[in-house]
Ligand binder design. Sequence first.
Ligand code: SF4
Ligand code: SF4
Length: 230
Amino acid sequence: MGTPPQSRAYAKREREELKISLKKFQCLKCGSCCKASHISLLPHELTILKRLAEKLRTRLEVGFDYTVYDKRSNSRIVLTYYMMLNDDNTCPFLTDDNLCSIHYIYKPLVCRAFPYVPSEVRYFYNPYTKTVFHKTEFAISYACPVIRRNKALFMSEDESSKKRSAIFLSEQLKAAREFEEQRTRYVQALSYLWKIGLVDLEFKSQRNGPVVNAYTFIRQFIPYFVFRKL
Ligand code: SF4
Ligand code: SF4
């Protein structure tokens, strides 16, 4: 007796999925991710990029996404920056050949994590326990042609699909996790300073004060607050 058509279809699908799951993400160097939208940076990454921009004579303009107000120093501490795109909607570090000029020196974590993109970043605080924490959701970006070509891998929300995409994008997932671990270090350091009374934080504050980079700010009190590659 032959195999029923339904089973054959199932087996075929499994073979296809296995083929996909054995593949690894191969960047096509199309540069689309360097033209998609502004580039999110952690405070110490801005310090690194400023130095590189000076060295490479690149114009770097940034804005800030998340700040927290400190009543003690009357300052707004920046937790996340974003690097603005040039007028032609390209990253200032993108070369004419669509390559990243800082790839081998310091590539920002958000770029290393792409096509994983932080789709939602939220900071919370508890004034009673003097604790700051955050929650970030990551999504897979269809702005990347490799993702569009392999969309069968990402279409369903089931566990096996998640596992396959985690294998396919293992390097990028590692970078996304590192990004969040580093973000966690900031909120932990600020919680510590709050608990010992060196800062008095207020979120959602409309107050204006001088803006300070969280990395520089924290290091005034905790000089060993450092990151690799700085
Ligand atoms: S830093 Fe490099 S990888 Fe990141 S957006 Fe700019 S050119 Fe692209
Ligand atoms: S969009 Fe995707 S394929 Fe294109 S450069 Fe970025 S990561 Fe590579």
